[in-house]
Design a protein around this ligand. Structure first.
Ligand SMILES: *[C@@H]1O[C@H](CO)[C@@H](O)[C@H](O)[C@H]1NC(C)=O
Ligand SMILES: *[C@@H]1O[C@H](CO)[C@@H](O)[C@H](O)[C@H]1NC(C)=O
Ligand SMILES: *[C@@H]1O[C@H](CO)[C@@H](O)[C@H](O)[C@H]1NC(C)=O
Ligand SMILES: *[C@@H]1O[C@H](CO)[C@@H](O)[C@H](O)[C@H]1NC(C)=O
Ligand SMILES: *[C@@H]1O[C@H](CO)[C@@H](O)[C@H](O)[C@H]1NC(C)=O
Ligand SMILES: *[C@@H]1O[C@H](CO)[C@@H](O)[C@H](O)[C@H]1NC(C)=O
Ligand SMILES: *[C@@H]1O[C@H](CO)[C@@H](O)[C@H](O)[C@H]1NC(C)=O
Ligand SMILES: *[C@@H]1O[C@H](CO)[C@@H](O)[C@H](O)[C@H]1NC(C)=O
Ligand SMILES: *[C@@H]1O[C@H](CO)[C@@H](O)[C@H](O)[C@H]1NC(C)=O
Length: 357
């Protein structure tokens, strides 16, 4: 078996991406090496048997071994702040690239996973996280194929803050940093998630979703393990191309020329669900200091992709809208991989309707 190596080297100001490619199937080994001040990672996808050989069996959720967790670490994600922009009467977006965000989570991946799942979740969405842990997010076969983590920020609600500490202890699946959760802080969250994944996890693919989706894991895995699926340079989801920038005054999504000059966004996948190959995640993290944070998180991912020279792939299985909005949990159509806008109850219904067979 031949292997393929991708070397990432990051220094304070420059990004070098040196890649040497060779053919290989999707069985290989994963190596990582860290050198003094710079991050020097040598990685190739992980070795796993086919999920169909494994049988994709499920068993009740297993708690992680808490004694194997790590200490706090600082991340390189930039801080983002806002000022009331009187001229446009909206929140103007600024950033300070020098700032480092401190990771307050102690979780790390305890194994190599074929698929790492990061779910953006608001601190108060306890029920949604519970639903995901009990349904599509759970995987506890002896050699797990995937692992689900939640990206949850800080909250100023003391009681909730306290209960998040307990939740994190109990499940070991919360990834948190020292910023506050806010609609416009989602870019920080996504930066944090990618950097955490890049540092503390070995994986072949990363699925980023919001917490209001249903993922048909067997459909997703069969898609990702298909030999025609690219193992590298993959940025896949519902691909939006040439979306015009909204300039309407007072619009929630208004973006001023100062914030973003061009009239169209780079192609991007809406944040409810998209897949990245491991090499893309690493290259994104290396570009944080180069591509200034942008307030709309999924657009920011598109900007990183454009800069990294990664072209988005449209996947018809990623559905932003349910086929019949009038039928709250319509699962007549089994062709979807990720469904957005699904209620908590519907997640259970979909799961028990045979998604895992
Ligand atoms: C990732 O792979 C490297 C090299 O094989 C290994 O040292 C490290 O422990 C692995 N990390 C995890 C979380 O498995
Ligand atoms: C947890 O990890 C520690 C140290 O690696 C080990 O000694 C202990 O047996 C593990 N416990 C379980 C339940 O796996
Ligand atoms: C994180 O940054 C703070 C302040 O910048 C510093 O005091 C602390 O030692 C850093 N922690 C680590 C683990 O690097
Ligand atoms: C927090 O919990 C305390 C005691 O359980 C309760 O009295 C208080 O009202 C709660 N505060 C909020 C903001 O929910
Ligand atoms: C996140 O959003 C809050 C508003 O809720 C804001 O106060 C804060 O400065 C933002 N940034 C960080 C890094 O927490
Ligand atoms: C992945 O799934 C989508 C949607 O079902 C389909 O269009 C595409 O052909 C699949 N790709 C592979 C490689 O299986
Ligand atoms: C792999 O994907 C191709 C289309 O991209 C499809 O024709 C083929 O049936 C898929 N193979 C499997 C085993 O799903
Ligand atoms: C499933 O959904 C797709 C896209 O909405 C549609 O084209 C297709 O006809 C649907 N299939 C069925 C059986 O409803
Ligand atoms: C999930 O996908 C499989 C095909 O991989 C399909 O048989 C099943 O019906 C789907 N489940 C749902 C709930 O759509």
């Amino acid at each position: 078996m031949r292997s393929r190596r991708v070397v990432f080297r990051r220094s304070m100001c420059f990004v070098f991406v040196v890649a040497s490619f060779g053919y290989f199937g999707w069985k290989s080994t994963f190596r990582s090496k860290t050198v003094s001040n710079s991050v020097d990672i040598l990685k190739v996808p992980i070795e796993l048997d086919s999920p169909f050989e494994q049988g994709l069996e499920r068993s009740p959720l297993v708690e992680e071994n808490k004694s194997s967790l790590i200490a706090k670490t600082n991340l390189t994600v930039a801080s983002i702040s806002y000022e009331r922009d009187r001229q446009h009467d909206n929140l103007a977006f600024t950033h300070a690239n020098k700032h480092h965000t401190t990771l307050i989570t102690t979780s790390i991946c305890l194994k190599d996973y074929f698929l790492l799942i990061l779910v953006s979740s608001a601190p108060s969405n306890v029920g949604r996280r519970r639903g995901i842990r009990l349904t599509w997010g759970a995987e506890s076969s002896t050699r797990p194929w995937w692992k689900t983590y939640f990206l949850v920020a800080q909250t100023r609600d003391r009681n909730l803050s306290e209960s998040l500490l307990h939740e994190g202890d109990a499940f070991g699946d919360l990834i948190r940093a020292d910023y506050f959760d806010d609609y416009w802080n989602q870019t920080l969250k996504i930066q944090m998630g990618f950097e955490w994944a890049s540092r503390y996890c070995n994986f072949s693919f990363l699925l980023k979703v919001d917490d209001d989706v249903f993922v048909n894991m067997s459909a997703l895995l069969s898609n990702l393990t298909n030999r025609s699926m690219p193992k590298y340079k993959l940025y896949m989801g519902l691909l939006w191309q040439k979306l015009p920038v909204r300039r309407y005054k007072g619009d929630k999504w208004e973006v001023t020329k100062e914030e973003y000059e061009p009239d169209f966004y780079p192609d991007y996948c809406p944040g409810f669900g998209f897949v990245l190959s491991f090499d893309v995640v690493h290259s994104f993290v290396n570009l944080y200091q180069v591509v200034k944070p942008f307030k709309i998180d999924d657009v920011y991912v598109g900007m990183l992709a454009e800069r990294a020279g990664v072209r988005g792939t449209n996947n018809y299985g990623f559905r932003l809208y349910l086929p019949r909005p009038d039928v709250p949990c319509n699962f007549d159509n089994h062709s979807a991989i990720v469904w957005h806008g699904v209620t908590e109850e519907c997640v259970f219904q979909l799961f028990h309707s045979g998604a895992h067979h």
